[in-house]
Design a protein around this ligand. Structure first.
Ligand SMILES: [Zn+2]
Length: 377
């Protein structure tokens, strides 16, 4: 359980399989985000039709509402949200640190005011692990100190150091919980260090010294730094990452960033972009983003993406989808979310095929050139 097999690599890009309690995950893998225990507007059957294998849920949100005890009483998170396949929960760190002005950070943890009922609560490394254990996802994340946007060296060093000290506390609490059910869940550490190569490597060394991990995550990227800088950080980290564990790049899921990250040896990624963009009427295609609200689609009988096999693209015209957005019909939000999630999952599958065939470098260069050139047009 929790073993990762690398089936093929092509340059730094890898194709593998991660064995998890609720099923196998083929990588590269894109994970849709179910913030409140639901991927907004999509049912588990929709996700299944999109080819999703692993879904992410947010610990902070499920903790403040309905509460992990309620989820546990109703059979655990898989049963609660009707998703029988692998699940990953974040640690809640990203959300509590985003509560600007409503949180206080100390060495012990973060005290915050719930956005739902205003109650004061505390999240510590131990609590974050306990909540995730109660939720019961296949993969739990260590509680990390998240810093805003591109921060200075000192702030990044301070946060990376605290993240490591918190990791040891997460590890110890997790070990105590997992003693009775070692095959239930695995805890994944997060490499921090902002945009500084020295801090990234220092953070990685600390993480590897702290335990034997079944996966590694890279956090704190795609938070406002330039794309070339993000690429450099990943390029600097890749040669020193252990080869036998899957690498999860957190919060990076716009198509262009996703493909670029795979070229740097990342295996999994998540992002709210497909559903958030979809609800705004923006759809991903190989020719860049399409804004379905645009007047030029008014009498367009073509599908959103002629190469896509999703329900949206095989059933409806761009003209109809534009009409749904103009009339503010809920179906429009669902259909574009569905397409975008399918697009990213298919993109991961296409990347996997290219890696297995040994053609990833050429495929990704061609894909990025086509996607990028039209995106700016
Ligand atoms: Zn589609």
């Amino acid at each position: 359980m929790f073993e990762f097999e690398v089936e093929a690599s092509d340059g730094a890009a890898r194709a593998g399989t991660w064995h998890l309690p609720h099923g196998d995950v083929r990588t590269p893998c894109f994970m849709p985000i179910g913030t409140q225990g639901t991927v907004r507007t999509l049912s588990p059957r929709d996700l299944e039709a999109c080819g999703a294998t692993m879904v992410l849920a947010n610990t902070y949100h499920l903790h403040v509402r309905p509460g992990e005890d309620v989820v546990a009483k109703l059979g655990g998170l898989h049963r609660f949200m009707g998703w029988p396949k692998p699940l990953l929960t974040d640690s809640g760190g990203f959300q509590v640190f985003s509560l600007e002005g409503r949180r206080r950070v100390s060495e012990d943890g973060v005290e915050f005011q719930s956005h739902v009922d205003g109650a004061r609560r505390q999240l510590t490394p131990e609590r974050a692990v306990e909540i995730q254990w109660a939720l019961g996802a296949d993969v739990a994340m260590a509680f990390d100190h998240v810093i805003p946007g591109p921060s200075g060296h000192e702030a990044a060093q301070d946060a990376a150091g605290r993240t490591l000290r918190w990791l040891v506390r997460c590890r110890d609490r997790f070990a105590a919980l997992a003693r009775e059910a070692p095959e239930r869940q695995t805890l994944v550490p997060i490499v921090q260090g902002g945009t500084f190569d020295d801090l990234r490597r220092e953070s990685l060394r600390g993480v590897l010294d702290a335990g034997e991990w079944r996966a590694l995550a890279v956090g704190g990227l795609s938070v406002g730094e330039s794309k070339p800088r993000m690429d450099e950080v990943l390029a600097g980290l890749e040669p020193v990452l252990p080869p036998r564990v899957p690498r999860y790049l957190m919060g990076v899921g716009f198509p262009g960033d996703f493909v670029a990250a795979l070229a740097r040896g990342m295996d999994l990624a998540d992002c709210v972009a497909p559903t958030r963009m979809g609800r705004n009427g923006a759809a991903f295609t190989d020719d860049g983003q399409v804004n379905i609200r645009n007047a030029r689609h008014r009498e367009d009988d073509a599908p959103l993406d002629a190469t896509c096999d999703c329900e949206t693209c095989t059933t409806f015209s761009r003209g109809y989808l534009r009409h749904l957005f103009a009339a503010e019909e809920l179906l429009g939000l669902r259909l574009l979310s569905l397409h975008n999630v399918r697009y990213l999952i298919r993109l991961a599958a296409r990347a996997r095929d290219a890696i297995l065939a040994g053609t990833f470098a050429g495929w990704s260069r061609a894909w990025l050139a086509r996607y990028g050139s039209r995106e700016q047009a």
